[in-house]
Design a protein around this ligand. Sequence first.
Ligand SMILES: Nc1ncnc2c1ncn2[C@@H]1O[C@H](COP(=O)(O)OP(=O)(O)OP(=O)(O)O)[C@@H](O)[C@H]1O
Ligand SMILES: [Mg+2]
Length: 344
Amino acid sequence: MSLLEVRGLTVTYQAAHGAVPAVRGVDLRLGPGQTLGLAGESGCGKSTMALALLRLLPRGASLSGEILLDGEDVLTMRWGRLRAVRWAGASIVFQGAMHSLNALHRIGAQIAEPIVLHGLGSPREAALRARTLLEQVGLPAARADAFPHELSGGQRQRVMIAMALACEPQLIVADEPTTALDVMIQAQILRLLKQLVAEHGIGMMMISHDLAVLADTCDRLAVMYAGRIVEDGPAEEVFRSARHPYGRALAAAFPTIGDASSRRNPRGLAGDPPDPADLPSGCSFRPRCPVSVDACARVDPALWPAGPDRTAACIKVLDPAELDALLPESAPGAAAAAGRPAPE
Ligand SMILES: Nc1ncnc2c1ncn2[C@@H]1O[C@H](COP(=O)(O)OP(=O)(O)OP(=O)(O)O)[C@@H](O)[C@H]1O
Ligand SMILES: [Mg+2]
């Protein structure tokens, strides 16, 4: 059984100007000891997905679909059970979390708190475990007596990871765990997370807009655009040769190590992400897509097979007959006009 299985997840916020469909039908699977990277530009719904996994969304957000955590549906869980699952079953390292430590309490006490609250140890045992956890994340045990302001940003982020591990969860969701950190600390923290996942058989979902970081840290990579996953596959392959034009654009935005010309001219993507409340017809990436064709406006793409163990939501992975069958008022040969993907 998968540790995490998400089926048809939809999240809609109610904003002053109307409904905002932030997540629009996402399917995901994650097994023990596996790492899944979730990439996509700002506003595509990554944090919304992370928060939905533990029902941490603000009031007024409506959710549908299924989120099975070890076979149990988080969306229908009773409140008491849900509280037990948070931290102990699954925990989240929030985006910008290092700013959310309580300034008035020593960090050892903050790490120990969920251990005691979840009945996993006496206050004395929890305090000892907090010190062990600090060592696990590469900080001296004596830092347990420090206050948050006495630590650097990178050290505070490590404390957040120690907190996430405190109750030995099976699943960790890390939302941009290193975005605010310099590259050296970022590399250390990513190495640490990778090692903890491997040693403890934890499942990890790591969220970032940085495809290169995810390709380096994760087994699988899912690319999100406008509330949907548009590409999924083994991380290295998706990074090196994405099948979806958006995945390609995201990967191309990062300079290639050892290639000076790509460093001088990193290729960005023109245009802005679409307004979730006003999505275009057909493929939502169409207005920014460098290879879009007429048919893209008429077919709402699903995640179709795109090579071994890979999927992509782009009509260009279909063969002409498959595309013809999908086109409304299908005109024979319409698929030929849609063209095939440019060779890479
Ligand atoms: N509380 C809210 N009320 C209304 N709309 C919201 C709320 N929170 C987020 N949104 C909208 O939902 C969409 C997805 O936001 P989300 O925070 O999930 O994006 P993200 O992919 O995590 O972006 P980033 O990379 O900037 O963190 C955005 O369009 C955002 O404006
Ligand atoms: Mg976010």
